[in-house]
Design a protein around this ligand. Structure first.
Ligand code: SPD
Length: 287
């Protein structure tokens, strides 16, 4: 029997990052495999990284390193913002960003717009820790197309977190300039957006064009990095954009950080600052 990547047998999963390189994980069990209206959603148990979620054969998260991605996607914009009360998450159906967002004492309400209800259902079942915030009263879940949803909101949100998958299938539109214009307009004047972009090793072009779009739309846009072993190249480029000058370089709020710092495994105030230090070749395309 072959899996979504064409592997023979059920013992190994491989995501090819290029035609000649990839990540291979030993699998002990296929827990779920569902073709949703949007994508192939699979959950597998791995020996080294715990439970694994893939969409169309691409790694979205594993138990072992998901905290890095979700802490960096969330706490960088939330702590750089002066007082984040209304938050929007686009995508992120696993609930990992929500889990981090609800730790913030200033939060009044977070709305998550996820296109694929099957991802939410499978993650609630197989990733109970990641999906824990779905039962939180401050969380509103909308199953629908964020591109349509966003057009209805102007000046509504303090922080927007764009937690889509790679720019193939349902996430293609989440990398277009028109989408970022709608995110910009849905933010309040001091609003901030964080967004996952791609591999600093394999995706220089995507990183350069994404930041170019953002700079045409937002006042500031900066790339930052996080170490995520199961993503292509093991280091991932995220971005922070702000409507106002100085928004993306604001110092993270120490008082708010201390209210939940004991729960964190990767994010620290030093990591926040250091993540914006880019290798020379990436800095050339991203600044
Ligand atoms: N190639 C990996 C890109 C994954 C981006 N989103 C992951 C979703 C986790 N909440």
């Amino acid at each position: 029997m072959s899996d979504s990547t064409g592997n023979i047998g059920q013992s190994w999963f491989t995501e090819f990052h290029t035609p000649h390189a990839g990540l291979t994980l030993r699998i002990t069990e296929h827990l779920a495999r569902k073709q949703s209206p949007y994508q192939l959603v699979e959950v597998m148990e791995t020996v080294e990284y715990g439970t694994l979620l893939t969409l169309d054969g691409m790694v979205m998260l594993t138990d072992r390193d998901e905290h890095v991605y979700h802490e960096m996607m969330t706490h960088v914009p939330m702590l750089a913002h002066p007082n984040p009360k209304r938050v929007l998450v686009v995508g992120g159906g696993d609930g990992g960003c929500l889990r981090e967002i609800v730790k913030h004492p200033s939060l009044e309400k977070v709305t998550q717009v996820e296109i694929d209800g099957d991802v939410v259902d499978l993650c609630k079942k197989h990733f109970p820790d990641v999906a824990q915030a779905y039962s939180n009263k401050k969380v509103e879940l909308v199953i629908g197309d964020a591109i349509d949803y966003l057009r209805r909101y102007k000046g509504e949100f303090d922080v927007a977190i764009i937690d889509g998958s790679d720019p193939v299938g349902p996430a293609v539109g989440l990398f277009e300039r028109s989408f970022f214009t709608d995110v910009h307009d849905a933010l309040k004047p001091d609003g901030l957006m964080s967004c996952q972009i791609g591999s600093p090793l394999y995706s220089h072009e995507r990183i350069a064009s994404t930041l170019k779009h953002w700079r045409e739309v937002f006042t500031e846009a900066k790339a930052y990095l996080a170490h995520i072993p199961t993503y292509p190249s093991g280091v991932w480029c995220l971005g922070l954009a702000s409507r106002e000058p100085g928004g993306s370089s604001a110092q993270p709020n120490q008082v708010r950080f201390r209210t939940f710092s004991e729960s964190l495994r990767y994010y620290t105030l030093d990591i926040h600052k250091g993540a914006f230090a880019l290798p020379a070749d990436l800095a050339r395309v991203a600044t």
